[in-house]
Design a protein around this ligand. Structure first.
Ligand SMILES: Cc1cc2nc3c(=O)[nH]c(=O)nc-3n(C[C@H](O)[C@H](O)[C@H](O)COP(=O)(O)OP(=O)(O)OC[C@H]3O[C@@H](n4cnc5c(N)ncnc54)[C@H](O)[C@@H]3O)c2cc1C
Length: 259
């Protein structure tokens, strides 16, 4: 089975601050990490490889330093990695990011399964995975919490909904976004970590992916950011205490009076 894990390098949001004057995220000197949800996508990809055979390729799109997340992926059992990096991709929104990742997956010669994290902790849109599936014209299932069975041409899985769990059988090739309940990511292997440094990581840009300047980056992105701001603290928080029933009644009273 050919599996791709899409992984993103993100700023460590615990340490992130917002510039008070511009309202923009201060990224300078902020440590970068593997998007936490993507560790679960990698782990699930490696688990499926271990039980069904095949190979796992990790793909990231990001600046030169994003290669670090590909080394992380090698150290937990990924077989191949591709770094998508080109200054023309700067300013890409989720639509263009997905278009570029889909072009890379096509260049790999097609795959059976694509795994993404539920969302990235910086952009936070949860759009990229499903958009990749749309560009590749394959089915997708979001918020997957358990994979029950993998066969040659289908996967039986559980996905979380607002009201419970749905059990779905999806035909392959397919794209899944995974929740953190799905597994416990393994610790990196020292041996694999050392070997990762020797692994060749192809870098693909606009030419390798057969894309043109107008369809990528800021100019190819249909999203327009109108305004970025930090919401004002309202400062009217009221702590409710007492029995659960009393708290719920008091809460509904407050909601009623606010409507
Ligand atoms: C107008 C505009 C300009 C922007 N300019 C820039 C910019 O210059 N630089 C910049 O860093 N960001 C930029 N962004 C943000 C960028 O579009 C998003 O970070 C990116 O598209 C991913 O969206 P997300 O973070 O919401 O990911 P989500 O959709 O929440 O991610 C879901 C999953 O998709 C996969 N995924 C997401 N992104 C990647 C990736 N890059 N590589 C591999 N897998 C991935 C991961 O598995 C992830 O868990 C811009 C956004 C807009 C709207």
């Amino acid at each position: 089975m050919k599996i791709v894990a899409c992984i993103k390098q993100v700023p460590d949001t615990v340490e992130i601050t917002i510039d008070k004057e511009t309202g923009v995220l201060v990224r300078d000197n902020v440590p970068a990490i593997l998007n936490p949800f993507d560790a679960y996508a990698i782990e699930e990809a490696v688990l499926i490889k271990d039980s069904c055979g095949g190979e796992v390729t990790a793909i990231t799109m990001g600046p030169p330093q994003a290669i670090a997340v590909l080394h992380d992926a090698f150290s937990v059992g990924v077989d191949h990695a591709v770094h998508i990096c080109d200054s023309a991709f700067r300013g890409s929104d989720t639509f263009v990011t997905a278009k570029i990742l889909a072009a890379a997956i096509k260049k790999l010669g097609g795959v059976d399964l694509i795994l993404c994290g539920k969302q990235a902790i910086d952009g936070d849109t949860a759009q990229v995975g499903p958009e990749i599936a749309e560009f590749l014209d394959i089915p997708h299932v979001a918020y997957v919490k358990k994979i029950r069975e993998v066969s040659e041409d289908a996967i039986l899985l559980e996905r979380m909904t607002e009201t419970g769990i749905e059990v779905i059988q999806v035909k392959l090739p397919a794209m899944l976004t995974v929740l953190k309940d799905i597994n416990t990511p393994r610790l990196p292997s020292f041996k694999l970590k050392r070997a990762a440094k020797e692994k060749a990581i192809p870098v693909w840009g606009i030419q390798e992916l057969g894309l043109c300047e107008e369809e990528v980056g800021l100019q190819g992105s249909p999203t327009t950011v109108m305004k970025t701001f930090t919401p004002k603290a309202r400062g009217n928080c009221q702590m409710l205490s007492g029995l659960d029933e009393d708290i719920i009644d008091a809460l509904f009273l407050q909601i009623d009076s606010a409507l």
